[in-house]
Unconditional design. Structure first.
Length: 206
């Protein structure tokens, strides 16, 4: 009777050990599954935290439906007019452009006198608050500074492209990003919506 009871005790103990092991495995499995979203979140942070950069695309792609496709976009780290006109950001201007002083860079020295702002510096144009032509001008200045600093890829927005956008706008009243589409300051034809300012601003996430 005692031997039988001992055997039963041993069997019961072994069963409890097995059940305890299975329970531990279930907990481990559940813990691993519940941790998966956390791991995925951590892994995705580098994509979301691209520093001061954002997605941008060429003018022609921006003007077409392809602008919504990831394959047509790249990374731009440009700054807007408000950034470049801030006195604390003067040290970050490219060496080729001087914000203040007797040698301050003029708008016309880069963009020409046709339709420009005679005697006004790049900084003075950045400080303008008007819409239409003034809005295009200050965004072109910001785009110029961004391109000169290498903050926008050359295939998306180079110094040459910025000058071309301004020259076309002041001589024809619009810029053609692609055949059949005309971008005015804040609108496009024939599609409507968008325009020069919207595209330039898309290259300036900060």
């Amino acid at each position: 009777m005692t031997a039988k009871t001992g055997s039963e005790n041993v069997d019961a103990s072994g069963q409890r050990d097995a059940e305890s092991l299975l329970t531990g495995r279930r907990r481990l499995l559940r813990g691993g599954l519940s941790a998966a979203p956390v791991i995925l979140t951590v892994a995705s942070r580098p994509v979301m935290a691209a520093g001061a950069a954002g997605r941008c695309t060429t003018a022609s792609a921006f003007a077409s439906i392809n602008a919504s496709r990831p394959s047509t976009t790249t990374v731009c780290g440009g700054h807007g007019p408000d950034y470049w006109k801030d006195p604390t950001c003067y040290p970050h201007w490219p060496p080729s452009c001087v914000p203040i002083g007797q040698n301050a860079t003029t708008f016309d020295s880069y963009f020409g006198s046709s339709g420009g702002y005679p005697g006004r510096t790049l900084l003075q144009v950045l400080a303008m608050t008007g819409g239409g032509k003034d809005a295009v001008a200050r965004h072109c200045v910001a785009a110029l500074l961004n391109a000169s600093k290498g903050l926008t890829p050359a295939n998306v927005l180079s110094v040459t492209t910025v000058k071309s956008v301004w020259h076309s706008f002041v001589t024809r009243g619009y810029y053609e990003p692609t055949a059949g589409v005309r971008w005015y300051a804040n609108s496009a034809a024939p599609a409507g919506g968008g325009g020069i300012v919207e595209w330039l601003a898309s290259t300036m996430p900060t």
